[in-house]
Write a protein that binds this ligand. Structure first.
Ligand code: BT5
Length: 331
């Protein structure tokens, strides 16, 4: 699998973090020599990392130290909790990366096996759908991407999101007791606030799915304080439960559930996932508005069809199916 830290073009910020990880504290002069850039440039990068939320105090006469290591999701810690056979095998952990989906795609193109996981403490360019931005400070939330190579026809690709959403709802419920639901197509909500988003991307080889990248951002211990201009109010599990939540426990439960559902799709096909989705759907039986680029529709949501399209009973009695990407849903 020719994908490694060495083959990846590493930014100076990531190089600094990795040095601080391997031997903190490190003086500014040592960093400057290792990276072959000026001390001034090092100080600028450290400032940037601190602005992003990394805790890097400077210790008098000794240099910089990276804090928070005890809570980081290093593969060895994840493996200790995992009961799955191939979900989460292998794991690529980053302190800082552009986007876990982008890295997972590179790794998948290089032949990563099904179940491989990319996880990061921070994303410089975390992405939502349609190039929207996913925000999350270092070390607070879950940011990861899972690589799958399902034997499904491409029109069923949305079921990757379904599998992830159902597994995540279950994991959250079990670890925190907080009930969550799925807002079609790709959001997890608790109450009327967004808790998580899923970004499923895929690659096709002729008429079959070559691989699928399921990217998940879950607000565990931080949520955007203000709803962004383009978005919905957000929350996190810490705000909902009143105490800090273990990212590790939720991740490992997610991988365990995800694998058992995925295994079932191999034995029975994927139709049963529709029923699982219905159990957690926040839209079924509710009046919703779908906003398209040319036209808007209002109707009673009836659930998803065999390709993941949302079926709406329109006010004039017609039944119409909408595909994700074409419309935006409002309650
Ligand atoms: C999503 O897109 O909700 C999918 C987000 C997927 C993020 C994960 S993180 C790991 C993996 N790697 C990536 O690069 N991405 C995936 P969408 O439905 O387009 O919603 C995006 C919108 O959610 C933004 O435009 C904001 O309005 C809002 N938003 C951004 N950060 C948020 C947060 N932490 N919590 C709640 N809402 C947020």
């Amino acid at each position: 699998m020719p994908f490694s830290e060495k083959t990846r073009a590493t930014q100076p910020q990531e190089h600094i973090l990795n040095l601080l990880l391997s031997r903190s504290p490190v003086s500014g002069n040592t960093l400057s020599q290792e990276l072959r850039i000026s001390l001034q440039a090092i100080q600028q990068y450290i400032r940037q990392l601190r602005n992003e939320g990394f805790a890097i105090p400077s210790l008098k006469g000794r240099g910089y130290r990276l804090e928070g290591l005890e809570k980081m999701l290093f593969p060895i810690r994840i493996r200790e909790e995992l009961r799955s056979l191939y979900f989460g095998q292998p794991i690529f952990h980053f302190l800082r990366v552009d986007s876990t989906n982008t890295q997972a795609r590179k790794w998948a193109n290089a032949g990563a096996p099904e179940g491989a996981l990319v996880i990061s403490e921070f994303q410089e360019k975390g992405k939502g759908r349609l190039n929207r931005v996913w925000q999350s400070p270092p070390g607070k939330n879950l940011l990861f991407s899972l690589i799958l190579r399902p034997d499904w026809p491409p029109q069923k690709a949305f079921y990757g999101t379904v599998l992830a959403a159902v597994s995540l709802c279950r994991a959250i419920q079990e670890v925190t007791g907080i009930p969550t639901g799925i807002k079609w197509p790709n959001d997890l909500y608790t109450g009327n606030k967004k808790l998580a988003g899923i970004l499923t991307e895929f690659s096709m080889d002729r008429d079959r799915l070559e691989y699928m990248i399921i990217g998940i951002g879950l607000n565990c211990n931080w949520a955007p304080p203000e709803p962004p201009p383009d978005g919905q109010p957000a929350t996190c599990l810490l705000h909902e439960s009143g105490h800090e939540v273990s990212r590790l426990q939720i991740l490992s439960r997610f991988l365990n559930y995800g694998e058992s559902l995925y295994q079932r799709t191999r034995e029975e096909g994927i139709d049963f996932l529709k029923e699982e989705w219905n159990q957690y759907s926040l839209v079924n039986g509710r009046k919703v508005h779908l906003i398209g680029s040319q036209e808007n529709w209002t109707g009673m949501a009836q659930g998803i069809d065999e390709n993941g399209g949302l079926v709406l009973l329109l006010e004039d009695g017609r039944r119409k199916t909408f595909l994700t990407g074409d419309v935006h849903l409002r309650f």
